[in-house]
Design a binder for this molecule. Structure first.
Ligand code: R5P
Length: 294
C-alpha cells in the first residue's frame, strides 16, 4: 500500500496532526525558513518518492508568502517523485478578487488557481468564497473537493446551545448557505438579514425578519469575518432587541484590523472560528470533514 505523509506548513501543524491521526497516516516535517534576503527556503525532511504527499497550508496570514511556499513545496514533491500531491488549503485566499472591479486590476483568483493547478494533483478546501465564480471547476482543472464546515458548526451549536432558548442569524443573504442550512439541520429558529455594503469598512444591516429575541442566545453565523463590520453592525441591531447574549461563529476568522477586539467591544459574548486559519478563537476542528475527502 502506498504510504501517505501529511506535512503541516505555516502554523497548521496542529490541523495536519489531527488529519494524519484520523487518516491513520504519518506526519512528516518540512523545513520552512528564510534566506537572509527574505527568499523562501524549503526542504522535505522525509523522503517523498513514491508516497502520497499531503501539504496542509493556510493562505492567511501572509497570503503571498504562503502561496509561494505551497507552490514551491508542491513542485518539489512532484520533482522528487511523489506518487501524488494533495494540497489541503482550508482557507483559499484571493477568491474574493473574482472580477476586474476597476480598469487595470489583476483578477487574482485566476492566477492563484494557476499556481495551485501547476503544483499539485488535488486540492481540498473549505467553504471557498464562490460569488461571481460559482463553480470551482471554472478555476481548477486538477481534482478538487469543496468541504463545507456546516456539519462541524452544527455539532458545536448543538453542544453549546438549547434550541428552545437560542436562535440563529445570518447577517446577509449569502450567509444563508451556512446560517439557514445549519439552523434547519438542528431545528433552531433562524432569520437572515439584508446587508448594504458601501465600502470594505462600511456596511448597513437591515433586520428583515423579527424573531422572539428577548432573553435568547442569538448565534450569528457567517463564512468569513474580515474587518468584522458585518458582525459588528449585526450585533448592534440584535442588542437593541434585548437578547440574553450575542455569539458569533465563522468558518474563516481573518480578524483584520483588530476585528476580534472590536466585536467584543460591540457586545459579542463569544466569538468562535473553525481552524482553517490559526487564531485564538479556533474551537471547531475541520479535520474530520477534511479527512473524508483525502
Ligand atoms: C461576504 O460576502 C462574506 O460572506 C462576509 O460577510 C464578509 O467577508 C465579511 O466581511 P467583514 O468582516 O469585513 O464585514
Amino acid at each position: 500500500m502506498v504510504e501517505t505523509i501529511v506535512f503541516g506548513m505555516e502554523q497548521l501543524e496542529k490541523l495536519a496532526k489531527s488529519i494524519a491521526k484520523k487518516a491513520k497516516a504519518k506526519t512528516g516535517n518540512i523545513t520552512l525558513e528564510e534566506f537572509p534576503d527574505g527568499e523562501s527556503y524549503i526542504k522535505f525532511d522525509n523522503p517523498v518518492k513514491g508516497k502520497n504527499i499531503v501539504l496542509v497550508q493556510s493562505l492567511h496570514p501572509n497570503a503571498n508568502n504562503n502561496l509561494v511556499e505551497l507552490f514551491f513545496a508542491g513542485r518539489t514533491a512532484q520533482e522528487l517523485g511523489a506518487k501524488s500531491v494533495t494540497g489541503v488549503v482550508p482557507y483559499l485566499a484571493y477568491m474574493r478578487q473574482d472580477k476586474r472591479f476597476h480598469d487595470g486590476e489583476c483578477v487574482s483568483n485566476k492566477h492563484m488557481a494557476h499556481l495551485v493547478n501547476n503544483s499539485m494533483d488535488k486540492l481540498i478546501t473549505v467553504d471557498p468564497h464562490l460569488h461571481r465564480v460559482h463553480d470551482m471547476a471554472d478555476l481548477f482543472y486538477i481534482h478538487h473537493r469543496k468541504v463545507t464546515a456546516n456539519l462541524a458548526i452544527a455539532d458545536y451549536i448543538k453542544k453549546k446551545f438549547n434550541r428552545k432558548k437560542a436562535v440563529i442569524v445570518g447577517p446577509d443573504i449569502e450567509s444563508s448557505q451556512w446560517a439557514k442550512r445549519i439552523a434547519d439541520k438542528i431545528g433552531f429558529e433562524s432569520a437572515i438579514f439584508l446587508k448594504d455594503r458601501f465600502s470594505s469598512r462600511k456596511v448597513k444591516i437591515n433586520v428583515t425578519t423579527e424573531l422572539d429575541w428577548k432573553g435568547k442566545d442569538v448565534v450569528i453565523i457567517d463564512d468569513i469575518i474580515s474587518s468584522g463590520h458585518t458582525m459588528i453592525e449585526a450585533i448592534k441591531e440584535i442588542k437593541k432587541r434585548k437578547p440574553r447574549a450575542v455569539h458569533c461563529i465563522c468558518v474563516h476568522g481573518i480578524f483584520a484590523e483588530g476585528a476580534f477586539e472590536k466585536m467584543k467591544k460591540a457586545g459579542a459574548k463569544t466569538i468562535v472560528s473553525c481552524n482553517s486559519i490559526p487564531h485564538k478563537s479556533n474551537r471547531i476542528d475541520l479535520a474530520p470533514l477534511i479527512v473524508k475527502e483525502l
